[in-house]
Design a protein around this ligand. Structure first.
Ligand SMILES: NC(=O)C1=CN([C@@H]2O[C@H](COP(=O)(O)OP(=O)(O)OC[C@H]3O[C@@H](n4cnc5c(N)ncnc54)[C@H](OP(=O)(O)O)[C@@H]3O)[C@@H](O)[C@H]2O)C=CC1
Ligand SMILES: O=C(O)C1=N[C@H](C(=O)O)C[C@H](O)C1
Length: 248
């Protein structure tokens, strides 16, 4: 079909990459032109308009540098995007970018809503902690979703001039209180049988609020990935998260 978007996938043999290949092949408006995994030659990717990257935090920056050099748009789900890495991408894209890059810690609509709702709730509660739960083959901890959620909650609390979260712990086995991400405690669970799950717990005197999201299958990420593929061709520059694409 003439007006199909030509799509390639970095990490095509991985859990997410394989699912993206299936989703692209099933979409009538998309054409899968390159399925590349580690060590593969990138020549096939030169014919792509959009490359999707679900690889590894150690590999993704090199893949994106190739995309920018070749004017190929990118949709990126791989984790590990610190402020420093985002700044490197902005610098590589330049002041008048022609290429678009969408980087999202989580492409599932429910997870995007969970982060959005958690950000809304953040200013109302004295206490907040995050529990992320994933399959045991996951390379990184805490998850990119939990890190992003923690930073968004921390920023919302700062805007609302919330004091630090109360915690009188004075004796602690290292790790028992989780990781401190921007002042928010994040606890990581790795358990066979899980896919990707997160609970954000808020507390105030006499009440708690739990906001939980569960990805039970990797198909949950596909509508967001495909929406980003369709959008990125008309979005030069760096887009962080898919909230805008969902109208949030
Ligand atoms: N944003 C989101 O919605 C989601 C993000 N993720 C993130 O996506 C990433 C991948 O997750 P997952 O699919 O579970 O991981 P996998 O390990 O299953 O897949 C990664 C694949 O990428 C390959 N790979 C590594 N380096 C390169 C490279 N330079 N070029 C091409 N392929 C490469 C790996 O090969 P090999 O195994 O040989 O190293 C592997 O086949 C993680 O960072 C994860 O956190 C996951 C789910 C949703
Ligand atoms: O590795 C995974 O599986 C996932 N990674 C992303 C993350 O680190 O947040 C998204 C989702 O949690 C699944």
């Amino acid at each position: 079909m003439a007006d199909q978007i030509r799509v390639g996938v970095f990490g095509s043999a991985g859990r997410m990459g394989a699912e993206v290949c299936r989703a692209v092949e099933a979409a009538p408006d998309l054409d899968l032109v390159a399925a590349l995994d580690i060590g593969d030659d990138r020549t096939a990717a030169e014919s792509a308009q959009v490359m999707v990257d679900f690889t590894h935090p150690d590999a993704v920056m090199d893949n994106l540098s190739w995309c920018v050099q070749h004017g190929v748009h990118a949709v990126v789900g791989t984790t590990g995007f610190t402020e420093d890495r985002l700044a490197q991408l902005r610098w590589a894209l330049g002041e008048a970018p022609k290429t678009g890059i969408v980087v999202a810690a989580n492409f599932s609509v429910g997870a995007v809503l969970m982060m959005h709702f958690a950000e809304q709730a953040a200013r109302f509660y004295e206490s907040v902690e995050i529990i992320e739960l994933h399959h045991p083959n996951k390379a990184d901890a805490p998850s990119g979703t939990a890190t992003t959620t923690a930073h968004r909650i921390a920023a919302a609390r700062e805007s609302a001039q919330r004091p630090p979260i109360p915690d009188a712990t004075s004796q602690e086995v290292p790790g028992a209180r989780g990781a401190d991400i921007g002042g928010i405690r994040v606890h990581g669970v790795r358990l066979r049988g899980l896919v990707a799950h997160q609970e954000v717990l808020f507390g105030d005197p006499g009440e708690t609020l739990s906001i939980r999201h569960d990805s039970l299958d990797r198909v949950s990420f596909m509508p967001g990935v495909l929406a980003a593929v369709r959008a990125v061709v008309d979005r030069p520059g760096l887009t962080i998260g898919i909230d805008d694409l969902l109208g949030l």
